[in-house]
Every structure is written in structure tokens, then in C-alpha cells.
Design a protein around this ligand. Structure first.
Ligand code: DLL
Length: 438
């Protein structure tokens, strides 16, 4: 397949950088006018900062605008950041916030359309065409992975299998019987599927027809790519996104596998110093910030992702002129991504403080077992509870496990440990031990 055949929208993906900057400027002006007029929070922030919509003329003027944080989405939950009347919203997607409350994003029909094309671009870059059979094993629901991949796969005309996550044996059976050629899931699940396929004695290329995979929603490494490619005999491509902006497809890798092209006709990417908030030049690692420029329902102005990476605007041999972002190398906050689900220690803490019999001393141990992330919550019992009967302790463990499942959405292992057994720290409490090597 030629490199050109892998480009879904050559006009937009390959336009000159100057031309694109002009387009971005135009779209940015329109977005800023739209939010100033229709979103009280943005109007207030801009007024406080002394910026008027007419001050924003080009992409460079972006720096005059205030940032948006995840906490703003929480504070304005559920509809405070909508820039259109509610009856124009056709979809709500969501993910975990920093506390028990989720954050949500509303999409108009046009927003869904834009997002769909972004994923279509990613799938085309992975070699996807109408002749493909795309197995989507991202979760369907509020999480953007399932529906996002589904829409993109349908858009390229592929046969789309909405498997959703879990049930590995059934995934493999369908993959085999239907002859899936493209796999969409988290990289850790792709590894697990690959290992299980090998254990079952199945042979990629013969029993399994996969040719590529589009993997994201969590950090992964070059080593992991190589492992997945070897296990499944495919090209493993990275895809990035976040609920607040547009789910998967904000950026995606081309066959060069050297960074993810940002869909710059729909979003403007910046890298900032997370402490000073000042813009950093391309090539310098820092915090990734996005501004949506085609989103009508819930536009985001300078949204701080807290993901750390670099941007690279050097030409790519695939012909796309869209800036590339490197792998996410860390976060500026304490968000963990466990099996593709965003988890904040504060969510776990909110559960623990509501359960009697445990002390507010806890530590979260993250590991990777059989290619799957595990989270163990170690929490101290109170002195009184420690001397209580064992059966009571079992009740506490069950309560905590169930509540964490309902607040965070994942099963964790809860270990109740004796009082004073978790090391105390003199400074900031060390709440996370991440043993994953990614
Ligand atoms: O994870 C959207 C998505 C679904 C992306 C499917 C790719 C594939 P959220 O649940 O809102 O959205 O989580 C967004 O996940 O800020 C990153 O920290 C992390 N993340 C997403 N993609 C990648 C990736 C979806 N390719 C948060 N590499 C982001 C590393 C990623 N981290």
C-alpha cells in the first residue's frame, strides 16, 4: 500500500504549514468569539485578564488567553461549559474527574462528525480501507475509546465489530472466525491478546489475519510496540486523545511510527512550562495544551492536559505536515492510567475517608502482571479495628472494594494492613508506588 493511500484527507493533512496557520487563525477567532458570547466562565476569565475577542487575530495571540483545567469541567458539571443550547447536543461522553464526579463533554452533530474524521485519518494511516474488518475492543459507553474507534471504522467503510472490552476467549474466537484485520484496544490488552493467542497455539498470519492495530488510551513504550508487533505479526500504531478535546484521534501515528500527527486543522497544540505557564519551543519537553478550533458544543480554550511530551514540526516522509507529538513520558499531576482508565488518588481517598475502621494512611501500588495493570490499595486499619474479629475486617475490605469499583470503575485489590505499618513521610506523603516498566 502506498503512503498516499494511507492519507484520508490529503488536502487537510498535507497543506503547507503557512496555509494551516492561516486556517487556524481564522478558526481560532471564530471559536473565541463563540465562547466569549456563549460561555459565562470564558467571558469572565477573559474580562478578568483584559482580553477581548478582537485581540485574538492569529495563532500567536493564543498566549493571551486563559487556561482551562479539569477542575473547571468539574465545577461547571454538567452543562456549564456548553456553548450551544442543550437541544443541539447529540452526545455526551465522559471520564473520571479528580473526585467521584465524572467530567463530561457535550458534542453537537458536527462535533461528532469532526471527531469521526479524526479517527478515520488514524485508521487510514494504519492501512485501513473499506476492505478491512476492524475489531474494536475499547470499552463502549461514556469512555470515548469504543464509540470513537467505531465511528472512525464505519467512516472508512470497514466492517466494524463492536466487541467492547473484556472476554478474551470470545474476542479471539471472533477475531479468528470473522478474520479481523485491524485491532483497536489499549496496548496492554493487545499484549495480553497476543500472549493468549500464542498460548492457544494459534498462528498470526494463518489463524489470525490481523495486519495492524491502533492502540492508545494509556502510556506505552517502544519495547512494548516491538513485543506487540512480534506477538501478533502486525504494525502497532499509537493513537492519542482525551475526553475533553475529542476522544481518540486528537493525534495518531503514520506508518513511519515516529510520533503522532496532531489534527491541527481541528486543534492547536502548545507545549508550556507547567510551572510558569509560558510557551516552550518545539523540541522542548513540557505540558501539552490544546485549544479546539472546530468544536461547537463544548469548545476548550488552552486546555491543560497535564501530559508531558514534546512537539516536532520537522517534515515527515509520509507527506503530512501536521506537527508530531512524541510519546507521553509522564504527567504533571498524580493521575494514573490503569488499564486505560484514569484514576486519581483523590478518588480513592474520598472512598477511604468514608469507611470507618480504616485510618487515612494508604498507599497505591501499581504493577503490571501478565501485561495487565493491577492496582493494590494498601490501607491501615485503626487500632480498634485491628484488635477486632477477622470477619468484621472482611466486611471492610468488601465495602472498600465495592465502593472503589463504583467510584473509579475498576476492580482493585484491597489490603488491610496493621496500624502504623505504612511509612510516614516528613514531606509530601508518597502515595503511589508504580512498578510498571513502560
Ligand atoms: O483515553 C481517549 C482515548 C481512547 C485515546 C482510546 C486513545 C485511544 P481519557 O479517558 O479522557 O481519553 O484519557 C485521556 O489518557 O490525557 C493521557 O494521559 C492518556 N492517554 C490517552 N492516549 C494515550 C496515548 C482517552 N496514546 C488521558 N499514550 C490522556 C499515552 C495516553 N497516554
Amino acid at each position: 500500500m502506498s503512503i498516499q493511500d494511507r492519507i484520508y484527507n490529503p488536502q487537510m493533512e498535507c497543506m503547507s504549514r503557512d496555509e494551516r496557520a492561516q486556517l487556524q487563525g481564522q478558526r481560532l477567532r471564530k471559536t473565541v468569539e463563540h465562547v466569549y458570547k456563549n460561555v459565562p466562565m470564558y467571558r469572565k476569565r477573559m474580562d478578568e485578564q483584559g482580553v477581548k475577542p478582537e485581540d485574538i487575530r492569529t495563532v500567536e495571540d493564543l498566549q493571551l488567553l486563559p487556561f482551562t483545567e479539569k477542575t473547571d469541567l468539574r465545577d461547571e458539571f454538567p452543562f456549564g461549559l456548553l456553548a450551544v443550547p442543550k437541544d443541539q447536543i447529540v452526545r455526551i461522553q465522559g471520564s473520571s474527574g479528580t473526585t467521584g464526579k465524572p467530567i463530561v463533554s457535550g458534542y453537537t452533530e458536527n462535533d461528532v462528525e469532526v471527531w469521526t474524521e479524526m479517527v478515520a485519518r488514524a485508521l487510514s494511516a494504519a492501512g485501513g480501507t473499506k476492505d478491512d474488518i476492524v475489531q474494536v475492543c475499547y470499552g463502549y459507553g461514556l469512555f470515548t475509546g469504543g464509540l470513537g474507534a467505531h465511528q472512525g471504522a464505519t467512516r472508512i467503510g470497514a466492517m466494524t465489530i463492536p466487541m467492547s472490552s473484556g472476554n478474551t476467549q470470545r474476542q479471539i474466537m471472533m477475531m479468528r472466525e470473522l478474520g479481523s484485520t485491524i485491532l483497536c484496544c489499549t496496548p496492554s490488552y493487545a499484549t495480553y491478546l497476543g500472549e493468549t493467542i500464542r498460548e492457544m497455539g494459534l498462528e498470526p498470519g494463518k489463524d489470525i489475519k490481523l495486519k495492524s492495530g491502533v492502540f492508545g488510551a494509556e502510556p506505552w513504550s517502544e519495547e512494548m510496540r516491538q513485543r506487540i508487533e512480534a506477538l501478533l505479526g502486525i504494525d502497532a500504531m499509537d493513537i492519542y486523545g482525551l475526553t475533553e478535546i475529542a476522544g481518540p484521534g486528537v493525534s495518531f501515528e503514520c506508518i513511519e511510527k515516529h510520533g503522532m500527527h496532531v489534527n491541527e486543522d481541528h486543534v492547536i497544540a502548545e507545549i508550556i512550562d507547567p510551572v510558569t505557564g509560558k510557551q516552550l519551543p518545539y523540541g522542548t519537553p513540557g505540558e501539552l495544551v490544546f485549544t479546539t478550533i472546530t468544536k461547537d458544543g463544548q469548545p476548550m480554550i488552552r486546555y491543560r492536559t497535564h501530559d508531558i511530551c514534546t512537539l516536532d514540526d520537522t517534515p515527515c516522509s509520509c507527506g503530512r505536515t501536521m506537527v508530531r507529538m512524541g510519546r507521553i513520558t509522564g504527567r504533571t499531576d498524580d493521575m494514573l492510567v490503569i488499564r486505560g482508565v484514569n484514576v486519581f488518588p483523590s478518588q480513592i481517598e474520598s472512598v477511604l475517608v468514608g469507611v470507618s475502621g480504616v485510618a487515612p494512611h494508604y498507599v497505591l501500588v501499581v504493577d503490571r502482571v501478565n501485561s495487565s495493570d493491577t492496582l493494590e490499595v494498601k490501607v491501615e486499619l485503626t487500632e480498634e479495628m485491628f484488635s477486632d474479629t477477622v470477619s468484621h475486617i472482611e466486611d471492610i475490605r468488601r465495602t472498600i472494594t465495592e465502593q472503589i469499583k463504583s467510584v473509579v470503575g475498576i476492580m482493585v485489590k484491597v489490603s488491610l494492613v496493621p496500624p502504623k505499618s505504612i511509612p510516614r513521610s516528613e514531606g509530601k506523603a508518597k502515595r503511589i508506588i508504580d512498578n510498571r516498566k513502560i
